[in-house]
Design a protein around this ligand. Structure first.
Ligand code: PMP
Length: 467
């Protein structure tokens, strides 16, 4: 097995664990163990491997968090970041001030995006990019003399981020706890996840029902009140939910019919995870009005997000901007941060030189095929995914979904994976996998072998009444 050959410092590991427990509130933390939970501290990383503070090496099949696409420790990315930080670390992107990396990256993204999506507004990550896209939709609709078009269509199980509006767009309603959400203008339609391995209806019938639901929602809310529809081409964090064939195209057609802008959230599906720079056009035959991107945009080496906007919308907004107040008041201090843009430029150059998308088109089907063999286990309810995004859904046998026992079972699988040197992402009763795009068939064999053995161990625990 590959190892990084890196050994972390034990003292700094110990203080990291206690400082973390005492002072950090993690995203999506278990609040009941605040202050007592000992986090896994990842200290070093190389290629597809990460090393914890005790020097234990794991294969990272989470890709950081869907984002470390080129793998860890890429000198060329590190150099690009350092060079730009030395030359000019930061200057304001507001108004009419720009930087070379931001301008160059915007041109590179436009060249690689579908249709006339040639205008880029940078953000700081996926949530701020998704929110920006909605704000652009609002501005556009109002600028066209349609002030009531402010409602937003989303889907149950969607994930669009953690800021206030992005969290409200997200459709995992079971996750909603004591926060407050925007409910007046956000409408969640049916979740589009279709699994041909377990569904008892045909893909065509399932699709017809989804489109019916969307038509009904549009009629209920009123097309003249809906600004936009936001959708991941394949849902990621909601549990790797793959829509039936034709869904993306059919939903775009409905949006066109009703003058609803289509926002494709490619934060996960973009930058190679499905074997293309952007999946919208090449995989799903749609040219949306906006694409939201982040994560793999920099291979996770720097935080950055972007909204790609069609020329049509940008020109319409520009023409209609109030003459006495033409300011477009959206954006952030770190929109298009020069160091992050330098990382993204180097990332795109490496992706193309190494034909990372071609590599994913080759190893992606191998990954899914290998994983599907795990369905023979009685504790595996479903294995689904596409190229390098996948998940395994666990079941104790007689119940499906995130019940307490199913979740306990999946957590046991996760724990056994971790013990055996594989990190998978635990979520409800799912083990989610999104490895760096540079994984080889050999790495995939190791991932599936460890996951399979962990499933077997957890299955034995279940039969022994220990779960
Ligand atoms: N959209 C999608 C599809 C995502 O998966 C995520 C993050 N998992 C986001 C938006 C939010 O991105 P960020 O966490 O960078 O704000």
């Amino acid at each position: 097995q590959d190892t990084t050959g890196l050994l972390p410092n034990q003292d700094s590991q110990l203080s990291a664990v206690s400082d973390d427990a005492r002072h950090v509130l993690h995203p999506w933390a278990d609040l009941s163990s605040l202050g007592t939970h000992e986090s896994l501290i990842i200290s070093e990383a190389k290629g597809v491997h990460v090393v914890d503070g005790n020097g234990k090496t794991y294969i990272d099949s989470i890709g950081g968090m869907w984002c470390v696409t080129l793998g860890f420790g890429r000198e060329e990315l590190v150099e690009a970041i350092a060079d730009q930080a030395r030359r000019m670390a930061y200057y304001t992107p507001f108004g009419d001030v720009s930087s070379e990396p931001a301008a160059k990256l915007a041109a590179m993204l436009s060249e690689r995006s579908p249709g006339d999506l040639n205008r880029v507004q940078f953000a700081t990550g996926g949530s701020t990019a998704a929110e920006s896209a909605v704000r652009i939709a609002h501005y556009y609709q109002k600028s066209q003399g349609r002030p009531d078009k402010i409602h937003i269509l989303s889907r149950r199980n969607a994930y669009h981020g953690g800021t206030y509006l992005a969290a409200s767009l997200s459709g995992k309603l079971a996750d909603r706890t004591l926060f407050h959400y925007e409910t007046d203008i956000v409408h969640h339609m049916k979740s589009p996840g279709f699994d041909p391995d377990i569904s008892d209806v045909s893909a065509e019938a399932f699709l017809a029902d989804l489109i019916d639901d969307m038509e009904r929602t549009i009629a209920e809310v009123g097309a003249d009140r809906i600004a936009c529809f936001i959708a991941e081409p394949i849902m990621a964090s909601g549990g790797v939910l793959v829509p039936p064939p034709g869904y993306q195209k059919a939903t775009l057609d409905l949006c066109r019919k009703h003058d609803i802008l289509y926002i494709s959230d490619e934060v996960v599906t973009g930058f190679g995870r499905l074997g293309h720079f952007f999946a919208s056009e090449t995989r799903f035959d749609i040219v949306p009005d906006m694409i939201v991107t982040a994560k793999g945009l920099t291979s996770g080496y720097q935080p950055l997000g972007a909204v790609l906007i069609s020329d049509r919308i940008a020109a319409a907004m520009s023409e209609a901007a109030p003459k006495d107040k033409p300011v477009f008041s959206n954006g952030f201090t770190y929109s298009g941060h020069p160091v992050a843009c330098a990382a993204a430029i180097a990332n795109i150059e490496i992706m193309e030189r190494e034909d990372i998308c071609g590599h994913v088109r080759k190893v992606g089907p191998y990954f899914i095929d290998k994983l599907k063999a795990l369905r023979s286990s009685p504790i595996v309810y479903a294995v689904r995914g596409d190229h390098l995004m996948a998940c395994v859904e666990c079941t104790v046998g007689m119940e499906t979904g995130p019940t307490a026992r199913n979740m306990a079972l999946a957590q046991r699988v996760d724990r056994y994976c971790e013990e055996a040197g594989l990190l998978v992402r635990p979520y409800e009763n799912l083990c989610i996998l999104s490895p760096p795009l540079i994984v080889t068939e050999r790495h995939i064999d190791s991932i599936v072998a460890i996951l399979g053995a962990s499933i077997e161990r957890a299955g034995k625990d279940l039969r022994a009444g220990e779960i």
